[in-house]
Ligand binder design. Sequence first.
Ligand code: PAF
Length: 292
Amino acid sequence: MFALNLNKTPMPIFYGKAALIDYLKSIKTPNSTLGFVPTMGALHQGHLSLMQQSLAENDNTVVSIFVNPTQFNNPEDLLKYPRTLDADIEKINNLNSDIILYAPTVDDIYEGKVLSLTFNFDGLENQMEGKFRPGHFDGVGTIVKRLFEIVMPTNAYFGEKDFQQLQIVKKMVTKNNLKVNVIGCAIYREPNGLAMSSRNERLTDQERSNAALIFTTLNLAKEKFKTNSATSVTKWVEKSFDTSTPFELEYFQIADETTLRPCLRKSNIKKYRAFIAITINNIRLIDTISLN
Ligand code: PAF
């Protein structure tokens, strides 16, 4: 739980980049640091924990709320993505009214051309989410680069649930020589282990409770990986998500944490992670766990 801010001054909210950039210039000093938490809204405790980390580590914090159309490969997913701006503003304001909110329009970001740039993320984009969501990471790269150019943060905070996204953003920063530290933050989970996600809002109570199976399976896979190969753990997971469950398993992959390539033969000097994506009733959920 987070403490309520009872000593409120109005939170600075910007719907356009020009006014935001002017405001940020006015508060910047030679040594001040600016933290940035990009989001697509429908805020949950996971987002609030990123904001708390940014508040603790920086002089000022900007949060953006923008449902980015170019990263949705599925038009229905974009249409159904929860949009809860008023409730989000209240949550941020209750957390800390010093947070600066940027909630741009599509036009403010894309200036009439809603198109992705094309990126080369050295193959990170071709694994897992990249296979199932064509164009997704070009959309993510486009918006994150654009937001970094507008906000010019010192530190930017991303949740590890989207671990592939985190690695891709780090790669984009390195390749483009951007001056921002990208900080990965631990996954925030519901009491039953389900990773917090804005998409969880679309689950019924029953589906939410059933979805505990995702994290339970990841933990068991971690245990099994100590003594079994990646292939045999993968087969076991595929069996666990057979037709007797309400879920459809899109992929389960054990991969090298740096390259995100599948683990074919275990090596003691590599760090591995398990990645999973499932759908339930057309709602797509992903999760990940570090294996060693
Ligand atoms: O993780 C998300 O919410 C989005 O992909 C991000 C980073 C805000 C870009 O739209």
